[in-house]
Design a protein around this ligand. Structure first.
Ligand code: AP5
Ligand code: MG
Length: 219
């Protein structure tokens, strides 16, 4: 079981996935993205995936009990410290996670808000392309991070895809969900000793530098 869990908070397109992928390598953490777990279930056509597919494509949130169940099952098997990306994202999830961690004696590490002004997010999301090989999952952008060969992942050679929820319409719905849930979540965490805000509206390397520095602080 993990000793500690860290959390990256942030809006759709704020850079949670981009940063998490680098941080887990740098700091030997295990990456737990509920979006990735759900997308994997959708692509495999599992019972969960069939249930989640339309909800995710429309930009709505999957219900709390389902997501909490996925996370707690994963945590049971984890031996490394965990970095959450996209979880928790409702107050109910944050409270349930807190109870679960306490019951298992797992510590809460850093809670980092990757803060990006809303006006830059849509272009990030609509221009995103991701590797279709779920084991790789590399993240690109048509303008700010294009692959060397159009449509092909630099890292594993698999075709790139456009996420079903990376349309302007689904983005607006996702922002609606974010705006409805984020303030209570922030209120829940921001008074804690390990809460930090990082300016996510800089070059990804600069954001990464700040995050590494922060994670190397003694919590
Ligand atoms: P999820 O996969 O978690 O999506 P999200 O939170 O909307 O976040 P994104 O993955 O869109 O953005 P990101 O912050 O990871 O940004 P990225 O690094 O890719 O959730 C998807 C869906 O699953 C939800 O809508 C819901 O249905 C369901 N779900 C998941 N978790 C759930 C939960 N806990 N409860 C209920 N439902 C849940 O970057 C975006 C783009 O920007 C990329 O193209 C990247 O190259 C570019 N970029 C990144 N950083 C920078 C930078 N610093 N400057 C310029 N461009 C940048
Ligand atoms: Mg992501």
């Amino acid at each position: 079981m993990s000793a500690r869990t860290h959390i990256l908070l942030g809006a759709p397109g704020s850079g949670k996935g981009t940063q998490a992928k680098r941080l887990v390598d740098e700091l030997s953490l295990s990456h737990l993205s509920t979006g990735d777990i759900l997308r994997d279930a959708v692509s495999k056509g599992t019972e969960l995936g069939l249930r989640a597919k339309a909800i995710m494509a429309s930009g709505k949130l999957v219900d709390d009990d389902t997501v909490n169940g996925l996370v707690f099952a994963r945590l049971q098997d984890e031996t490394q410290d965990v970095l959450f990306d996209g979880y928790p994202r409702t107050l109910q999830q944050a409270e349930a996670l807190g109870n679960f961690l306490s019951s298992k004696g797992i510590g809460l590490g850093f809670v980092v808000n990757v803060d990006v002004p809303p006006e830059v997010l849509e272009a990030r999301v609509v221009g995103r392309r991701t590797c279709s090989n779920n084991a790789c999952g590399a993240i690109y952008h048509l303008e700010s991070k294009p692959p060397k060969t159009e449509g092909v992942c630099d890292l594993c050679g698999s075709p790139l895809k456009h996420r079903a929820d990376d349309t302007s319409e689904a983005f607006r719905s996702r922002m609606g969900e974010f705006n409805a849930t984020f303030q209570p979540l922030l209120a829940f965490y921001s008074g804690g000793p390990n809460y930090r805000r990082v300016d996510g509206n800089r070059h990804p390397d600069q954001v990464f530098g700040s995050l590494v520095q922060l994670f190397r602080e003694k919590a």
